[in-house]
Design a protein around this ligand. Structure first.
Ligand code: G
Ligand code: G
Ligand code: MN
Ligand code: NA
Length: 250
């Protein structure tokens, strides 16, 4: 059976799809500050299918709008559930380019009574290419309503540093590949330091992704990185696991 067929049914029925949440911590005092929502699909026959696999399929076969709406709704429910935490969600290029995107987001936030400042939308550099400016206009509209934006996988694109001149975001998320080299090679250290310095100079927040070792944690804290995310601190958790983590404290 075609994977597309199963995905279509899953999206239509909301079956087997759920968001998991990876905790995000303050680098300086270790406080839990937020979570990144990550979409998961469990198909009864295929088992777990990663978003790397099914999101491109959803985009190709016209399912991304419905899937994006599911993610947006579940993100709002998470924001209600954990009111003291900032909830970040990923948006795909196709979604962000749509004319109706800002209205769609704002209607959903209004419907669930969510303060836009509690929500952060993660975009990749790829999103910003090729969109005839619509994407940037959508970002500007949502930012002026209070929604925050983060540039995900920062450093992996064609002109990451240059991109920051044209696109107004609130945060960069330093890609895991740089954090991996960090502490191993001098150059790795210098690159991360430069990224944090640049972000600071532009008044942007920084999150380090894929933090796996205590050495990385300490060094990132010393460099003044704002937030940390990675297996050292926590893997992505189901809603129920996340509830246990916060223990009713948010
Ligand atoms: O969680 P995981 O490492 O499997 O995620 C793999 C990729 O899928 C990451 O690049 C992540 O940004 C992306 N991703 C996860 N959840 C979503 C989502 O809800 N929407 C979009 N567009 N991408 C997502
Ligand atoms: O592209 P994006 O940053 O949204 O992707 C996040 C992905 O990275 C998620 O799939 C998440 O499961 C994964 N991830 C988060 N922390 C770590 C980590 O410390 N190590 C590894 N290998 N993957 C991680
Ligand atoms: Mn992300
Ligand atoms: Na990333």
């Amino acid at each position: 059976r075609e994977i597309e067929y199963d995905l279509r049914r899953a999206v239509a029925e909301g079956e087997g799809l759920e968001l998991h949440f990876q905790p995000v911590y303050a680098a300086d005092n270790g406080a839990l500050c937020g979570a990144e929502a990550l979409l998961r699909w469990h198909d009864p026959i295929r088992g777990s299918v990663g978003p790397d696999v099914f999101i491109p399929i959803a985009e190709e076969c016209g399912l991304m709008n419905s899937l994006g709406e599911f993610v947006l709704r579940e993100t709002c429910l998470a924001a209600q559930r954990w009111p003291a935490l900032k909830i970040a969600m990923n948006a795909s290029p196709k979604e962000l380019r749509g004319d109706g995107y800002p209205l769609k987001v704002m209607s959903m936030l209004n419907h669930y009574g969510i303060n836009p400042e509690q929500i952060e939308i993660e975009i990749t550099e790829g999103t910003l290419l090729d969109s005839g400016g619509q994407c940037q206009r959508n970002i500007e509209t949502l930012r002026s309503a209070g929604v925050h934006f983060a540039l995900d996988d920062f450093g992996t694109g064609f002109s990451s540093f240059g991109r920051l001149q044209n696109v107004k975001v609130d945060r960069i998320k330093i890609d895991k590949s740089f954090i991996d080299r960090f502490g191993k090679e001098e150059e790795g250290q210098a690159i991360v330091e430069a990224m944090i310095g640049l972000a600071r100079a532009k008044g942007l927040k920084t999150t380090a992704e894929g933090v796996e070792t205590e050495d990385q944690r300490v060094a990132l804290k010393e460099l003044g990185c704002d937030h940390l995310q990675g297996y050292l601190l926590s893997r992505p958790l189901s809603k129920e696991q996340f509830d246990e983590l916060v223990g009713g404290n948010v």
